[in-house]
Write a protein that binds this ligand. Structure first.
Ligand SMILES: Nc1ncnc2c1ncn2[C@@H]1O[C@H](COP(=O)(O)OP(=O)(O)O)[C@@H](O)[C@H]1O
Ligand SMILES: [Mg+2]
Length: 553
């Protein structure tokens, strides 16, 4: 059992100073966490807890300070030994719990681990985190009900556990959970730290007293400064020394936060001052502390009898491949990339299906194609109906430009947050993401426009079979261009309102210059039509359809 454990790790952060836009967020924050320990970073909202985790994870730059893992300054390679569970649980809402883990495993585990082993690992995580009963449940989002808050949080943690990190950073894992779920989650994490020999840093706003006593160490922050750094059991003694006495039955966390939250309170400066002194004392002693820090309490929880210890690590070969997690990500091997595409492909098909082939999208397209077909039903192919037929062409072209562009802008903010999270964790390159996304969406993107043209074209009784295929191809290409433009706009503007206004302006300008409303532009403006992406499909289909009618263009 002992030899199966992860190596001992020690993460030290020393005198961290962080400023964002000239505002000081963290000031001389230091701390240390060893394997088997849970360091709780506590403090009122806005005290800098998340910023500290972001800094340790390398997502926020520090003005000064050192962060070391086992005596080595943290770099990109060492950071891959850490996992960061964000406060917000970001998932593709249409995937099931199992699919989410599968997706993460395929994306984050090295290709040399065989598929059956990855699947086995997913099953073990599901079992260890007690997620068996919701294995096939959809994650769910704002509008569709799915996993509960506690299950989502455990899934977030499970996704990170897949790569067997040595250090785990958890940002407010208990926020939004009821007290018993929060307690059981923290017991699981404490148990995991002890049994799998992991170092865990967890930020927490105001824990219950039960949770408070689970922590090995406490780092109390106020206004970005350390108020206390040491054992949670000695914290009340520390407060007592500055004449703040906690009632025996009072929750220590509530007691501390009560004083820290009142910025005008005269005690705060005193706490800060004593905190800095206490922190100096601790950082001097931290180097002499044994890495096998004696944790006086035994947490009685058999629940997370962790698979990492008993199964994976007992097999030295597997352990080797397992601990080399994430190492080959930035090697630029085509077959590896192809695999990533494949995973993305399979899963994105499911996600995109709900977007492109949802029953609402199918119904809307069916109604509009039938309406279009009925409106121009078997229209005569004579000179007098030219204007009508051009109306048909105009409608089809505009519809298949507006829909994809709006759709792309609408879906992008959600995808961007998940993609940024995965990229920050070093899961893939941007190009790989984009190519995988395009490849997986392409087949679905073709279905609707082609179906629309097939129904409306034959109902309207347009020209013939070759022209039909050409028209379908033109509409398809034009809808893909529109979708691409939607992505460019969605990626360029963080503000959704700005993105929508830009796309509307672009669409209306393309309509004006496209050549439908006016055949005779002022000569000095005629070049503008070449900038209209609607001009090309409109002109091409009109030529196809009217080429047997004289003087139409
Ligand atoms: N990007 C940013 N720009 C300006 N201020 C920020 C930024 N990020 C965080 N802050 C500020 O830093 C302080 C600490 O934030 P945070 O670390 O999120 O606190 P906590 O997690 O303890 O609630 C807050 O006052 C917040 O307003
Ligand atoms: Mg926070």
């Amino acid at each position: 059992m002992h030899k199966a454990k992860s190596p001992d790790n020690k993460l030290v952060f020393q005198d961290i100073n962080v400023s964002i836009n000239k505002t000081v967020i963290l000031q001389n924050v230091s701390g240390v966490v060893h394997s088997k320990e849970v360091l709780a970073v506590m403090g009122p909202s806005g005290s800098g807890k998340t910023t500290l985790l972001n800094t340790i994870a390398g997502r926020t730059g520090a003005k000064s300070g050192d962060i070391e893992l086992n005596g080595h300054r943290l770099n990109k390679r060492l950071r891959r030994k850490m996992a960061y569970v964000l406060q917000e649980d970001l998932f593709y809402t249409n995937l099931t719990l199992w699919e989410t883990l599968y997706f993460t495993a395929m994306l984050n585990l090295p290709d040399k681990i065989p598929r059956f082993e990855k699947l086995h690992r997913i099953d073990e995580i599901i079992e260890a985190l007690d997620l068996e009963k919701c294995r096939k449940t959809m994650i769910g989002g704002m509008f569709e009900h799915g996993l509960s808050g506690g299950e989502k949080k455990r899934l977030s943690i499970g996704c990170e556990l897949l790569t067997n990190p040595h250090v785990m950073l958890l940002d407010e894992p208990t926020s939004g959970l009821d007290s018993s779920t929060a307690y059981s989650l923290m017991v699981q994490m404490t148990d995991y730290a002890q049994k799998a020999n992991k170092a865990i840093i967890v930020t927490i706003h105001q824990p219950s007293s039960q949770i408070y006593h689970l922590f090995s160490n406490l780092l109390l922050l106020t206004d970005g400064q350390v108020a206390y750094n040491g054992s949670p059991h000695d914290a009340l003694e520390f407060f007592k020394n500055i004449d703040l006495v906690c009632d025996e039955h009072y929750n220590p966390a509530d007691f501390m936060c009560k004083y820290l939250i009142l910025k005008s309170n005269t005690y705060v400066n005193q706490i800060k001052h004593s905190g800095q002194l206490n922190q100096k004392h601790r950082s001097v002693n931290s180097n002499t502390q044994s890495s096998q820090h004696k944790h006086s309490k035994t947490v009685c929880c058999n629940f997370l009898n962790f698979y990492l210890i008993s199964k994976i690590h007992s097999d030295s070969n597997m352990s080797h491949s397992y601990t080399n997690f994430k190492t080959c990500f930035y090697s630029w091997k085509p077959n590896m990339l192809f695999q990533k595409f494949l995973v993305r492909d399979i899963l994105k098909v499911k996600e995109s299906k709900s977007r492109f082939l949802s029953k609402y999208a199918v119904t809307m397209n069916l109604i509009l194609s039938l309406a279009c077909g009925l409106m121009w039903f078997q229209v005569d192919r004579t000179y007098s109906t030219i204007r009508d037929r051009m109306g048909f062409v105009f409608f089809v072209v505009v519809f298949w430009a507006f829909t994809p562009i709006t759709d792309a802008i609408l879906c992008f903010p959600k995808e961007r947050t998940i993609m940024m999270k995965e990229r920050a964790a070093g899961s893939y390159r941007l190009l790989a993401y984009y190519l995988a996304k395009s490849c997986s969406e392409l087949p679905l993107m073709t279905i609707m426009p082609v179906a629309f043209v097939t129904i409306s074209y034959w109902m309207a009784g347009f020209k013939g079979v070759p022209e039909f295929f050409a028209t379908a191809a033109i509409v398809l290409v034009s809808s893909l261009v529109a979708q691409g433009m939607g992505f460019v706009i969605g990626a360029s503007f963080r503000n959704f309102q700005t993105a929508m206004t830009t796309s509307t302006t672009l669409m209306l300008c393309s309509l004006i210059f496209g050549g439908y409303y006016s055949q005779k532009f002022p000569s000095w403006l005629s070049w503008l039509k070449y900038f209209s992406f609607l001009h090309y499909p409109f002109a091409a289909i009109t030529i196809l359809e009217m080429s047997d009618t004289e003087n139409i263009m």
